[in-house]
Design a protein around this ligand. Sequence first.
Ligand code: ZN
Length: 708
Amino acid sequence: MIDRRTLLKAGLATAPLAGISFAEAPQPDVPWQRRIRRLGQLNMTEHDPISLNVEEWADYWASLKIDAVLVSVTGILAFYQTKVPFHRKGKYLGDRDFFGECCAAAKKRGLRVIARMSPDLNWEDAVQAHPEWFQRNAQGEAVRHGEDPRLFRTCMFSTYMTDYMPAIMREINSLYDVDGLFTNAWPPLGSLPVCYCDQCRRLPRPGTPAFWDKFNDRVMYLWKLYDGIAKEKKPSNFYFANLGGGIRSGPNLKLLGEVCEWFQCDNQGRGGDLTPIWGCALQGRVCAAVQQGKMATNVTAAWSTGTPRWRNVFKSPQEAQMWMNETLASGMVPYWHFIGGEKGMGEDRRWLEAGRQYFVWTAKHDRHFVNRRSIANIGVVMGQRAHLFYTPPRGATMSQFIDGMYYALVEGRFLFDFIHEDNLAPENLKKYAAVLLPNTALLSDEQCRQLRAYVDAGGSLLGTFETSLYSERNERRADFGLADVFGIRKAGDVIGTTGNGYYARIEKRHPILEGFTNTNWLPGAEYRLPVAPVDGPVLTVVPGFVAYPPELSYPVESRTDEPAVVLREKGKSRLAWFPGDIERTLWRSGHTDLSRLLQNAIRWVSGGSQPVTVAGDGVAEVFAWETEPGFAVHVLNYTNPAMHKGWIREFYPIGPQKVRMRLPAGMRVTRVELLRAAADTPFRIAGGALEFTIARVADYEVAAVYCA
Ligand SMILES: [Zn+2]
């Protein structure tokens, strides 16, 4: 048996096969939190001190082989005998030390305890005594909570965060054997706070990049303050907070990733609205982009997410299970969560066994879920600033751009990572055959320079619509910041539609048009930003016209020289520019041609070869990771009538999936185990690649590849 270090020394592990090479083995002194594989939380209610059986609660979590539990201290209602002024004790607490009892019961079973606090709300007596702690509306009134008007919203720029919360944290440290401090409901998830209190009136206007700078300064300051307090207890303790919000996240995730030991996503599930099933996998990609291998968890609500919510009844078990599948597949640690623990752990107890079965299964396979790095050859720039500050055309949202691109990537079964726009340095991009820019409207001069350098070094790009038209401060440029890289020039302002979208006329054959026969036209998009004519265009714009009346539904001008795509080859680099909001229009219209065109273009820019392919019927999202035993290929089966809306209520199995994976030279595969099927599968090596078939995927399969 040859280990990886020997291979590295022999120069065998750094094989010239694109996309796969071995990193150094991790250091043995891994902090405890990075070894956590399962988490649980019963979110305690005011009533629980007289109804929850603490021993039963601890037994349940221990039976799930949980490594740590989050236990409520709060800040809104105290679950212990606090002496901190305005930390109101719950009316059923009496003289009990409920937090202390839970903490002791968990410790007795070998579970770590994270003290959970909520700094977001407090009561009217606190408003009277400390008016400066609270958010104010434009009229100067303290802002009440939308659901329970007895509560008021606190301001994160106030001394509530530097006096009141630290007092609670230090009190907890002084009384209990806790392993970490956690705040719920701060920092804000997907939007930035708007407050007119005296402190906030001195800040830049809310919702602007200048405000965001101050907001990020404050988040970093408080994060470090709380982390310091956590470490006063034990050096191995630390602070973390609930994050999430996907790409549209409040704090600058690149900055946060530098201080954040544990990225805890409060992305609990989808509801009845039009939310695609991949919401959790997308969140995992965001975490992977900024955590650089550090801990990330996502909490799955066993309770009913959606509109309206039912916090205290179980949701569809299949939906909850898919959310946990995605958590694992995207490299996060699963975390099971329910609200309120009446006797027997709730009026609805169906969630208990569902969580137990899933977690006990994961516990058998932990080493296959500890990832060293992702095997992906495509990077997708997240554009966090575009998601926060850019104003898309009427009726459009930035999430439509990301959902459309994601849809095409899933349908094409591409292996991809997200990249934060502040992480575009050459060393971060060199592993990617292509980088995609889905309407990454805000890019700084420096970020444009980094992308230019990537292309000069042989990298390929695909960009759409208003990518690089704005600076990082949301200031509009006269022309695209990446105009020279893509060989484009802005030739007008955004054009919308009065019925039909515009069309794209096929001018000549090209690999991005594979599969399109017997048509001169393809759908264009809803909006476009015209660019100047280029030599030998592949697709040109047929301007839109009315859809009704049909008498007038024909082009006044059937041929123009305005490009509908600009394709360029420069050395090894391939560049594709779509002037339309093509990925967003794919999302809006569902048009299969747009997905095919995008997939073809992604295949073309990335050089047509993928490190791992999974071929078979159905819609499936694929992840591949390097692990300690070798590799893990994850297949998530999204083939389901509830893929775009509502909840999964049943699984629709897909048939044989043929997996082909390029192997680094010198690697010997000893075994391929299907972790959900609980069976080995035969494999063969052909042309330096591993080949095997997954006969059937109900909801999820993980092929664990053992290497010697
Ligand atoms: Zn304020």
